[in-house]
Design a protein. Structure first.
Length: 195
């Protein structure tokens, strides 16, 4: 029964993306991985300004699915089932996507790779690594209401709790430090996506 609900929610969520890019014969899926405050959403917006991709931002989608998010394990599990369904639907139609989520766990990333492979899409993995002191300042600013329109509510305590859960990315990937100019990294990824 829950599977039907996930499918229904994914269809409903798809309607919230009205201006879809043109379908491609082999769309790309950019999978972004990184701890809270490392600049994932900022980077994804910069990338989408140069690539006509749909951004699947987990924090924004959570707020669309749950009026009062609890961030419980069950809620997060449901959120990602809906995101996976949505991602699959877009890739099936040839719509390229950027997945903006922490994606810290190897097992979770393997599910994403399966979706990409099943849909004969191209995978581009981007790992965000930003110095802890920069992240701490950003998260403090976010808590004080200076988060530049962030949908995330994660603070420094969430960062510290999640840091030990980061698992190495075994596949070829780009590493980006958002405390520096991200333009060179974006240009490399744009080039990779259009190959």
């Amino acid at each position: 029964m829950e599977t039907l609900q996930v499918i229904a929610d994914a269809r409903r969520l798809a309607q919230t993306f009205p201006n879809l890019p043109e379908p491609e014969a082999r769309p790309a899926a950019v999978i972004v991985s990184g701890l809270p405050g490392t600049g994932k959403s900022f980077f994804c917006r910069q990338l989408a300004a140069r690539l006509p991709f749909v951004i699947l931002e987990s924090d924004a989608i959570r707020k669309k699915l749950f009026a009062n998010p609890t961030y419980s394990a069950a809620e997060s599990a449901y959120l990602f089932r809906a995101i996976h369904c949505l991602m699959e639907n877009f890739l099936q139609k040839g719509i390229p996507v950027i997945l903006d989520a922490t994606n810290l766990n190897r097992k979770h990333r393997e599910r994403l790779y399966s979706i990409v492979d099943r849909n004969h899409a191209k995978v581009i993995i981007v790992q965000m690594k930003t110095p802890a002191e920069v992240v701490q300042k950003r998260l403090k600013d976010r808590v004080n209401g200076n988060g530049n329109g962030d949908n995330s509510t994660a603070d420094w305590s969430v960062y510290k709790k999640m840091r030990p859960t980061v698992e190495k990315i075994d596949r070829r990937h780009f590493t980006v430090d958002t405390s520096k100019d991200v333009t060179p990294s974006i240009m490399k990824i744009v080039k990779e996506a259009s190959r």
